[in-house]
Design a protein around this ligand. Structure first.
Ligand code: GLA
Ligand code: ZN
Length: 681
């Protein structure tokens, strides 16, 4: 189910919180939104206290008025359920709704995203509120989607959760013997005799002093607790989901995700969501590749379907240490980058800037001056006009990728909760190494999960695949045998889904595919490095150096120093009709660029376009239409030479093969490929 089905335009708008304002302002808001070409608002995100003033009393007067107003003004609605922050009276009356932190501290009322996901009170009242709302507003045909709660997240270590965790374990493992096996409790005499001896892994129990807030001495328990906590919150989502569907079965339901948000396994969440929406707040120092990767992740969790950019700031955030303004043109650029990677709607947080509390300095479409001649308002207005002009050009378009990168939340948890060999070994860094190389070559990538099929791909990369779940090796084996190119890295193939080491030599189940045996891993402290020669250039080997033996593979590079000098660092194994590469250490940007360029060449994958540094070219194919987004991420100008016949969808100007476009700093061109059949000149 899609956001705004049958609407042949990009939905454009944002979070609108009129309950913070006197009514006189509302009419002015309507005028300003119309001026900015805004056609959708997300309403009712944090109104639980107003909607339910006491245990059995609901009050919808204000929301009724708002709903009427926005309908009269032709706005679509993404309707939130307000369950992201509970009312103060509820916390006082039912303390079981309050969360307990990692250190065991029971919280008092305050903040948001503050309800224990296993609290019976929370579950009951959240579901009831969702039903009340859906029942009341079901005849509003301008509601194009439901938005449950807000940015689900955090964790809880309270007694509700502890009880529920024990039930979860019983269900997962059946017998106490199996529990002891998967938790490896023969270590340090931890054998459990009864389920209720299991406690939640936190500061009060299994905390591992060495480093990190959430590392514990029994990673298997922590891993299971992560699965449980993600699932507990997902159950809360589902409870509201079901209540809404009883009243409005046709309207799609989402919740706003947060990209690479570690605590929640979004690949599991996606299965329960009708469509994906997410909030993009890149930090000022984030590279264009990092932002693109996150969009690709959000597209990837639901079978590469398009998503909604539910929130972005039009100008500035309030919660970063330094809240730098988005430069002129940057909001437009980031919006088109989202669209280029799969967004079908562009929305802001928020429409009008708050007066008090912690978000009073967060950017908004309408700022404290209340005017429509600010830089930010004008930029919002211009983008709105452009999107209206583009209509449905790229809606529901897909990314034609023949390269996939695996990303797996459980691998992320297990790898980074493990003690040793190096705290510098970060999953995301390894994923970015490879993604960035492809990104800079303008080669489209799909981010895939462990359950996804590999048929569509020629190159599959599994950075730091520490956890190899049952069956994954078979899938990769088949892929390579049939002619695919597989790449994996140091510290892969180490454990199973319970974080138990696969015995008989690393990389375990992947050994035959890669044709190697890794005997040891050398973790280099910061500042220390080895090196290797790859096709004539010397590259650094950092963080981890795998010491390995060849068992059929050939060494493309060897280490240059230390006692493992001359032993393999990078290998290639011919396997069936395909081949498998192992990069046994972490290197630098230049290496990944060089290496991946060779891989793509060998695999017959070519760039969408060759562009100057910092200019991104990405395409979306929608039906018979192919739309090319050219995005200049540089502050300065850039010249792009066209490699096909295109028409600029905004200016109508045509560009033939060999002609060039002079792009201003941070400029974007949205072009349609004229060679596609359906194009009517
Ligand atoms: C999140 C929330 C919003 C708002 C913004 C501020 O994305 O969902 O309610 O707090 O952050 O950046
Ligand atoms: Zn709890």
């Amino acid at each position: 189910m899609e956001y705004g089905t049958n609407i042949n335009t990009v939905l454009y708008g944002g979070d609108y919180n009129p309950e913070q304002w006197p009514k006189e302002i509302w009419l002015e808001d309507m005028r300003l939104m119309k001026k900015a070409h805004i056609n959708i608002v997300t309403l009712n995100t944090f109104s639980w206290a107003a909607l339910q003033p006491s245990e059995d009393e609901y009050c919808f007067d204000t929301l009724d008025q708002i709903m009427e107003l926005v309908r009269e003004n032709g706005l679509k609605v993404c309707m939130a359920t307000s369950t992201g922050a509970h009312p103060a009276w509820m916390a006082k009356r039912h303390p079981d709704i309050l969360r307990t932190e990692y250190n065991g501290m029971k919280r008092k009322f305050g903040g948001r995203h503050n309800s224990c996901p296993n609290s019976p009170t929370y579950r009951l009242y959240a579901a009831k509120l969702a039903r009340q709302l859906a029942g009341r507003y079901k005849d509003y045909d301008n509601i194009v989607a439901w938005h449950i709660s807000n940015e689900f997240g955090g964790e809880c270590y309270c007694e509700n959760c502890e009880k529920a965790f024990r039930e979860w374990l019983k269900h997962r493992f059946g017998t106490i013997e199996e529990l002891n096996r998967v938790f490896y409790t023969s270590f340090w005499g931890h054998t459990f005799y009864d389920w209720d001896e299991v406690v939640l892994p936190n500061l009060q129990s299994e905390h591992f002093m060495a480093d990190g807030m959430d590392r514990t001495m029994f990673q298997g328990i922590t891993l299971e607790y992560r699965r449980f906590m993600s699932e507990s919150m997902l159950e809360c989502f589902r409870l509201e989901y079901e209540e809404i569907k009883k009243e409005m079965p046709e309207v799609p339901i989402t919740t706003n995700l947060m990209g690479f948000y570690k605590p929640l396994d979004y690949q599991r969440w996606a299965e329960s969501m009708d469509f994906i929406s997410w909030d993009a707040y890149p930090a000022p120092g984030d590279t264009p590749a990092e932002t693109a990767l996150t969009h690709d992740l959000m597209r990837g969790i639901k079978n590469q379907q398009s998503f909604v950019l539910m929130e972005q700031t039009p100008s500035v955030t309030n919660w970063q240490p330094y809240n730098k303004l988005k430069r002129p043109g940057q909001m437009r650029l980031l919006s088109y980058q989202a669209a280029a990677h799969g967004a079908d709607a562009i929305q802001f947080f928020q429409i009008r800037r708050s007066v008090g509390a912690c978000e009073k300095f967060h950017g908004a479409v309408i700022d404290h001056a209340g005017r429509d001649d600010t830089r930010v308002f004008r930029e919002v207005e211009q983008l709105g006009a452009e999107l209206q002009q583009l209509g449905g050009a790229f809606l529901e378009g897909y990314t034609p990728a023949r390269t996939a990168i695996y990303f797996d939340w459980e691998n992320w948890w297990a790898l980074e909760y493990s003690a040793g060999p190096s705290i510098r070994m970060q999953y995301l860094d390894a994923v970015r190494d490879y993604y960035t190389a492809a990104f800079e070559l303008n080669i489209p990538v799909n981010i895939i999960g462990m359950d996804d099929a590999l048929d569509a791909y020629q190159v599959v990369i599994a950075p730091l695949l520490y956890m190899t779940k049952t069956g994954i090796d078979d899938k990769i084996r088949k892929f390579v045998k049939e002619g695919g190119t597989f790449i994996t890295t140091y510290f892969s193939g180490i454990v199973d889904e319970h974080d138990l080491v696969i015995q008989g030599g690393y990389p375990g189940r992947l050994r035959d595919i890669l044709g190697i045996w890794v005997e040891e891993n050398d973790a280099l402290p910061e500042g220390e490095r080895n090196s290797f020669l790859y096709k004539g250039s010397i590259y650094p080997a950092e963080i981890l150096c795998d010491l390995m033996h060849l068992e059929g593979a050939e060494a493309l590079s060897v280490y240059e120093q230390d006692f493992y000098q001359q032993t393999p660092a990078v290998t290639k194994n011919l396997f069936g009709k395909g081949c498998a590469y192992y990069v046994g250490t972490r290197s630098n940007h230049a290496f990944y660029h060089h290496f991946m360029k060779d891989i793509f060449k060998e695999a017959g994958i070519s760039s969408t376009m060759v562009t100057p540094n910092g200019v991104e070219a990405a395409i979306r194919v929608s039906g018979d239409r192919e739309v090319l987004f050219l995005m200049n991420h540089n502050a300065g100008e850039a010249r792009v030479v066209m490699n096909g016949d295109y028409v600029d969808l905004l200016s109508g100007r045509r560009y033939e093969t060999g002609s060039f476009i002079e792009m201003n700093g941070r400029d974007v061109y949205v072009l349609e490929n004229c060679d596609r059949q359906s194009f009517i000149a």
